[in-house]
Design a protein around this ligand. Sequence first.
Ligand code: PLP
Ligand code: CA
Length: 306
Amino acid sequence: MAQPKYLTGDSAAINEFIDRFDVFLLDCDGVLWSGDHLFEGIVETLELLRSRGKRVVFVTNNSTKSRQDYQKKLTALGIPSDIEEIFASAYSSAVYISRILKLPEGKNKVFVIGESGIETELRTENIPFVGGTDPALRRDITPEDYGKIADGSMLDPEVGVVLAGLDFHINYLKLSLGFQYLQRGAKFLATNLDSTLPNSHSFFPGAGSISIPLVYMSGQQPLSLGKPSQAMMDAIEGKFQLDRARTCMVGDRLNTDIQFGVEGGLGGTLAVLTGVSKKEHWEAKDAPAVPAYYVDKLSDLRGARL
Ligand code: PLP
Ligand code: CA
């Protein structure tokens, strides 16, 4: 397989790279920042891309935040943005449910396993939901619950979708309800399927590890609305009318970001080494995807020859 082109320090190659694209899809965590720490030179790098007429879209798998939450974060870190430039997996899921699934009246509620970012996006799309951050579900299952779940009296008959994202309060009760809805024919969606979630300490369970118990129980696979799912790419393409050949996906993770760009047939993919994946990961035989380009860090693009 062709090895990626290393751009750091090669101003002519950086220049040529930037010229090849009109749109840059930017993964956030691991590319722009790590947690709450903005990487050096990111504001200037985004300014450089914008000053050269490029469109940027912030594409993140983090389902715990709404687009408004993300815009607040970008603003707090000094990155100017338009809310329409933000494409997060909670938003992607809500848009998919309202514009593509088009659930029938009477079966149009979503059972949410996840945090408030998902709830905000569902509300914005006028999608009714149950579960989510409801404090009534943040408890142990009781002997009475088993009967009420089985006879349906604890279930909302209007639920037509189970949507699973990262839920910091996942428990046996929520999994039992989710499983029951799936058995009764609800569609199974996931905001994203990241196995793990890196932070400054270590790796922790990601959203995919929350939905996997439901996969195991039900034998069904969810449709993911996050990277690398092409359902998310189709939604981005529809919204931004982008020319895939002139679009580049930038990311730090091979099995989400780079795979997303490669499978989406984008004109290019750029890996940065400030996050999860390292050079040896794409040099490995079983690499999920190989980027077309790589830099040590995104701000190396400032080395473009003007
Ligand atoms: N999911 C959660 C809950 C997160 O907090 C993060 C990163 O902050 C991610 C996924 C990965 O986000 P990204 O796609 O921006 O790397
Ligand atoms: Ca990332």
